[in-house]
Design a protein around this ligand. Structure first.
Ligand SMILES: [Zn+2]
Length: 391
């Protein structure tokens, strides 16, 4: 009697759980479940049918099990994560300043690397982990650079003999902030007051001495498709916005996207250049793609929910900033006025300074280059306060 009661309550719970889930979410998890077992091909369709029947019988059980797989699949831990079918992500928690992610696509003997890391020691460690994971990574054929910030390309001299691909604007931007500049800044930082403290807080962990990045060997504008073995990889220019040019790297066959810094997950996005309309458009572009797994430039592996969150941040900040601008409030007044409670758990909240400055420049139609010292100075004020009195 007790057993049948508990069975009845289990079934009720299962049905309730099943009903609470929309069909799309079910399909998403289901696909992941199949891929986990290497069944996302034609044979997989057969099993898909079986799982569907199983779901009809025990909806709650299936969804709960699959959800567990989905949530535990890629933990946010440092190192290489095998996403399956020749695609890997290299993650660096916590994703704050300089702690970016990179990617690897292999097929047969061929390999493509997406970004390197901020310094040589970190990049060396990553390349070694990749070479252990797959023989194809012992000699990288192609390196794609998503954008011209040092954390994504300073280590590229270690990728010997590879073709290095970036957009034209990215290649130009790469010449403007050589690692020597950051090395000098770090040396001078102790005498620079708050700004120096903030620079050391943000970049103190990295070694910029003796780095000589290699310029791209192939540049393009717009979109190109390249191949890794027979696998197609689409390179889609979605900027300027975070930087002068921001690249999305899409592998349709794997339903996987490397977004570069168009996505910061769990951290505040940073708009050095703008316009914000490009960033929102880039989010929409991703949301309309057939994509299941998304590796952001910084933060844990995500899916379209992560894209929605970043898009929501920009839509909210844009609307709030516009109101403040129309009321003739200064950037500082606006930052003090805007309620950012919803994003309080995201790291690097002080980036709102740069984001607001870029939004205001957009409202004014000011296309002159931003003052980097002013940008860092503003962030230092807020960023150091964060460390002194963590909430
Ligand atoms: Zn980055």
């Amino acid at each position: 009697m007790a057993a049948s009661q508990s069975k009845a309550s289990k079934i009720f719970l299962s049905v309730a759980l099943g009903a609470a889930d929309d069909v799309w979410h079910f399909r998403e998890i289901d696909h992941l479940f199949l891929r986990e077992r290497g069944l996302d091909d034609i044979a997989g369709q057969f099993f898909h049918g079986l799982f569907f029947l199983e779901w009809i019988r025990y909806p709650g059980f299936c969804i709960a099990e699959r959800r567990e797989i989905a949530m535990n699949k890629w933990k946010y831990t440092k190192g290489l994560h095998d996403l399956g079918n020749g695609v890997y992500a290299y993650l660096q928690p916590n994703g704050s300043w300089g702690w970016n992610n990179a990617g690897l696509v292999v097929e047969g003997e061929e390999s493509l690397l997406i970004d390197t890391l901020f310094d040589l020691a970190l990049t060396r460690e990553m390349l070694a982990a990749m070479a252990v994971a797959t023989k194809a990574a012992t000699s990288i054929n192609t390196l794609v650079i998503t954008h011209g910030n040092g954390d994504h390309y300073y280590g590229n001299e270690l990728v010997h003999g590879a073709e290095i691909i970036s957009t034209k604007a990215c290649a130009e931007e790469m010449t403007r902030t050589p690692p020597q500049m950051l090395a000098q800044l770090k040396t001078a930082a102790p005498g620079m007051g708050d700004l120096g403290d903030y620079i050391l807080q943000s970049f103190g962990s990295f070694n910029f001495e003796g780095i000589n990045p290699i310029p791209p060997t192939r540049t393009f504008e717009g979109r190109i498709n390249i191949k890794v073995g027979k696998k197609e990889v689409q390179l889609i220019e979605a900027g300027p916005t975070h930087t002068e040019s921001d690249l999305l790297v899409y592998i349709p066959q794997n339903r996987t996207l490397f977004s570069g810094d168009i996505l910061f997950i769990g951290g505040t996005p940073l708009m050095w250049v703008g316009p914000v309309s490009n960033w929102i458009r880039a989010c929409d572009l991703i949301l309309n793609m057939d994509v299941e797994t998304i590796v952001p430039g910084h933060g844990p592996i995500t899916d379209k929910k992560g894209v929605e969150a970043v898009k929501g941040y920009w839509e909210y900040l844009l609307a709030e900033a516009r109101q403040c601008y129309d009321r003739n409030m200064s950037v500082d007044e606006a930052i003090a006025d805007i309620d950012m409670t919803k994003y309080a758990s995201w790291t690097d909240r002080e980036r709102i300074v740069v984001n607001m400055q870029t939004l205001y420049r957009g409202f004014k139609g000011d296309t002159s280059p931003a003052n980097v010292v002013e940008q860092f100075g503003g962030m230092a004020k807020l960023g150091l306060r964060k460390v002194e009195s963590p909430e």
